[in-house]
Design a protein around this ligand. Sequence first.
Ligand code: PRX
Length: 662
Amino acid sequence: MADHAQDLEAELGRLLDQERFPPPPAFAAAARVTDGTLHAAPGEDVPAWWLEQTREILDWKVEPTVSLDSSKAPFYEWFADGELNVSHNCLDRHVEAGRGEKVAFHWRGEEGEERDVTYAELLADTQRMANALKARGIDKGDVVGIFLPMIPEAAAAMLACARIGAVHNVVFGGFSPGSVRERMEVSEARALITVDQARRKGKTAPIKAALDEVLAAEPLPTLETIFVVRHVGEETPMEQGRDHWLDEAMAAAPAECLAEPLPAEHPLFILYSSGSTAKPKGILHTTGGYLTQAAWTHREVFDLGDDDVWFCSADIGWVTGHSYIVYGPLANGATSVMYEGAPDYPHKGIWWELCERYGVTLFYTAPTAIRACMKWGAEHPREHDLSTLRLLGTVGEPINPKAWLWYHKVIGGERCPIVDTWWQTETGAIMVTTLPGAQDAKPGVAGTPLPGVAVRVLDNEGKEVSTGEQGLLAITDPWPAMLRNLYQDPDRYEETYWSKFGPGTYFVGDAARMDEEGYVSVIGRVDDVINVSGHRLSTAEVESAIVAHPKVAEAAVIGQSDEDSGQAIAAFVTLEGDLEGTDDLVGELREHVATRIGKLARPKRIIWSDDLPKTRSGKIMRRLLRDVAEGRALGDVTTLKDPDVMARLEEQIKTGAVPEED
Ligand code: PRX
């Protein structure tokens, strides 16, 4: 084994010099797109090109005649005179075309259970679920929360909302019950679909009971209905009138439910994501444009064919799950693998076991997961036959070349192209990547803007920077899957995305460089957003959770570079009065953050500090905190109110008085 590992190291070391990887010939020979024609296609009139794409890829009840409408910019509209239904496009049309027996999801439970859900079955479940929602008075435009593990019911719940025009608001399963309550409150959700218990690595968590607790402490009168999926089957408290077992409600509901034709701009979902303040942003996506680009990118970027088996390892609670587990793959009639569990449970080779078991051909994951797999060792994937794989993808954060090469060699057997896809919750769909049969991949470099997407790298004043120079990523023309607004907060929408560079140019929030071939390297966020294992969090959100602890006077949070998770949360904490920082208090604070936000937000490092570096006007200088945490020489500290504070922090870090998470 040791020899194997050394050989692999040596080979990866040799490959590190290879800057570009052309499409593997066998792949390119059968790929959908093999030359630049697709790139040339949009030509001058990009909106007209998108109109053609949407007519081809979706089934419209009323075909749109207009493409982009910028008259209310930045509240752009796409395909506004068209009507369609997302659930019809994802289900009915495939069943009507005789593909009802095709598997939509090969579902695998944590304990090894298997369930194949066909398109016909998913349609039947979706219709009954939609009718169950209707029976509780849910109507067009009402918000429905979804807090579910990775089970087929999660997809059916989203589609059931889409079927009747309700707007779903999915919350990632890793968030705390308090965060779920908050998201239901701010979106005025009328119903919530959740689960009795969730399973994680052999243990169960009483989800419904925990939600009951926060709702009892702070009731939410707007939340009239809670549907509970019977998943683990343990005893679960149910409140008369409000709570209903979903299986019983579905059994009592009529089997057929009309897929309501909806205007293209009808809201499809809200997804709360972190911004630079403590208050999450309710990113709003609508129907026609979103589905067009989710489906189009899923087909073209991943070279989707009829016989492919798709496996996206994301969670449905993130945008990747929305666009590339549910809407893109189902609109394209694809077969997917859905896995309930963690990547290392019941064993560290479970993903590769699933790839072998279901003959996965296209696999999409995050760089942080690849780095974890590298750490666990190549022996896990090598125990499985991965020969069906023909394309690999990554998303969520920059991928370091070494992880890229490991993925290419160990998982892809050097025959699979890798697409490094850059996008955001706001963009709805992939924006920058390579078309795998047509363009060379460059490890660590995302790629070029896709057809129909206009991306530039600008300086602070909005002027394009020179080739190879670092600047701010911007999108200079609207695109169909763009967010339409921040839920009930249009001012914040305009301010966050459209004020930096002026009318028509979308501020991304990432730093980037573009090379002479137009390839974009994404460097990272320029705002106070941190990216931990591809999960987006705001420093302010974590800070406000920490300062809510009675022993804390003040806190500043930064994203520190981290080998495993890309960035890790480090918190500089000043305690009240004469309180001393202890190991017990570190544990208490981490637990406190987990309860308020969720385990994903627990600081990896807590650094006690008597004071924080502040300018004379009281602004905390996080840049200096990052320098000291990452062991860099400190720059200019003369603007600080108390320049000595940095020296004290440096000393504290050097003497090791900083406990780290194990
Ligand atoms: O900083 C970029 C990073 O993730 C941010 C978007 O996060 P979120 O809205 O949670 O969506 C993640 C999944 C689409 C971006 O602003 N990011 C995403 N993909 C990449 C990336 N950074 C570098 N390379 C990528 N491929």
